[in-house]
Design a protein around this ligand. Structure first.
Ligand code: TYC
Length: 101
């Protein structure tokens, strides 16, 4: 009796997916003081005074501005913590997250 052994000719390619990234977005409002927005950006996102000013002004003029990009967990945690910082002082400042295309 003949026995045949078959072996796969090629090794299966192991693909490692890159984790999807999420944008943290700063949303403008009419009530939060500009200096407070800058302070939160510096505290939560480790921005310089200059960077924070620029992001705040962009959100103020355009309605919203991308602050930074992180993995989902980090983006959601930072957005929630920055939003809470404002809420504690009664400001309606909002940070949201959105997946990158
Ligand atoms: N628009 C606010 C003001 O004039 C300042 C502000 C800027 C608030 C950016 C939120 O995301 C924001 N006091």
């Amino acid at each position: 009796m003949q026995t045949t052994e078959t072996k796969p000719r090629v090794q299966p390619v192991q693909k490692v997916e890159r984790p999807k990234l999420y944008k943290v977005i700063l949303v403008n409002d009419d009530y939060t003081p500009r200096e407070f927005v800058v302070m939160v950006l510096k505290a939560e996102f480790r921005m310089s005074e200059d960077q924070a000013q620029r992001v705040m002004v962009t959100a103020h003029q355009k309605g919203a501005c991308v602050v930074a990009v992180f993995t989902r967990d980090v983006a959601e945690t930072k957005a929630a913590s920055a939003t809470d910082m404002a809420k504690e002082l009664g400001f309606p400042l909002l940070f949201t997250t959105e997946p990158e295309e």
